[in-house]
Design a protein around this ligand. Structure first.
Ligand SMILES: *[C@@H]1O[C@H](CO)[C@@H](O)[C@H](O)[C@H]1NC(C)=O
Length: 290
């Protein structure tokens, strides 16, 4: 059957479609141009610097956890990086599991860190914040006993039918589960970890933070995002502050070498949490939930 659109509606539709196509093309082209300017060829596997680390970072990284390195204040009890790493580290108890309340407390600090990094990252951070709040509501809700850790949550949500694909479980709200929320946070944690690690260890004169965090995005999140979001994200990362500014935000009033070492330590803890969570999600068959 043919549906005849009235001419004014058709014209409006055309105008909107054309405007959208031009916008998408511009976003796409400027992303490619800026990427090329920033030294990361599109299609290249990675624009992680291959050169050696600055000597000071190598030196300090070797000392991480060892006696002799005086921690900068940002890793202390008052520092944001310190609060974040402690919460995430505490989420690794009990052995082999991830405790949800500490994991979410760590995420709250991570969101606080990401929010000043420009409007587009702030948007992503606010998305993450909503997920943190949603999962916290379960952790503190009437079913709190089942939401102490990932290993208690997953089997319970499976028994409760919350992990069925949408449409197969009548009455269950489509895809709303703590496990799915956690999976989305987990992928974003991977991006944060790669981004912080690369900012901490990037060579002087190598790609700047924006290129490195954009590259981390391509690894960790882009495979799960639609095309338009990917293009918008690329632009957002090019507007990221410089490495120096990021180091200053992460570790105010510390020297560059100390700030890099502190950030590298934080990224190391995030990696431990990521690895543990990845392992658990795989074991419970939850990696395909979203
Ligand atoms: C995380 O897992 C990867 C891959 O299995 C491994 O190479 C890396 O050393 C692990 N990192 C930590 C901090 O455990």
């Amino acid at each position: 059957m043919r549906v005849a659109l009235p001419p004014p509606a058709l014209r409006r539709w055309f105008r909107h479609a054309t405007a959208l196509a031009i916008f998408v093309l511009m976003v796409y082209l400027s992303a490619r141009i800026l990427r090329a300017l920033s030294g990361c060829r599109p299609g290249a596997q990675s624009c992680t610097p291959e050169g050696p680390l600055p000597l000071q970072v190598q030196h300090k990284s070797g000392l991480l956890g060892a006696a002799g390195w005086e921690e900068p204040q940002c890793l202390g009890p008052q520092g944001m990086l310190g609060r974040m790493t402690r919460s995430f580290r505490d989420s690794l108890k009990p052995k082999g599991d991830v405790e949800l309340s500490q994991y979410l407390a760590g995420w709250r600090e991570l969101v606080r860190f990401l929010t000043p990094l420009g409007s587009a990252v702030a948007f992503a951070a606010s998305e993450a914040f909503m997920k943190v709040t949603a999962l916290e509501a379960r952790v503190q809700g009437p079913d709190a006993a089942h939401y102490t850790s990932l290993a208690t949550m997953a089997p319970w949500e499976r028994r409760a039918g919350l992990l069925e694909p949408p449409g197969t479980a009548p009455g269950a709200p489509a895809q709303a589960s703590g496990s799915r929320t956690l999976l989305l946070l987990h992928r974003a944690l991977r991006w944060s970890q790669l981004c912080l690690h690369r900012v901490a260890t990037g060579t002087l004169g190598g790609p700047d933070a924006g290129a490195q965090c954009g590259d981390a995005y391509r690894t960790a999140l882009a495979p799960h995002h639609p095309w338009l979001i990917r293009q918008a994200a690329r632009l957002a990362f090019l507007a990221l502050p410089s490495r120096d500014r990021l180091l200053e935000l992460a570790c105010p009033a510390a020297g560059e070498a100390d700030a890099r070492a502190a950030l590298a330590r934080a990224a190391g803890i995030l990696e431990q949490v990521y690895n543990r969570t990845q392992d658990l999600l795989a074991r419970h068959g939850l990696l395909q939930l979203a």
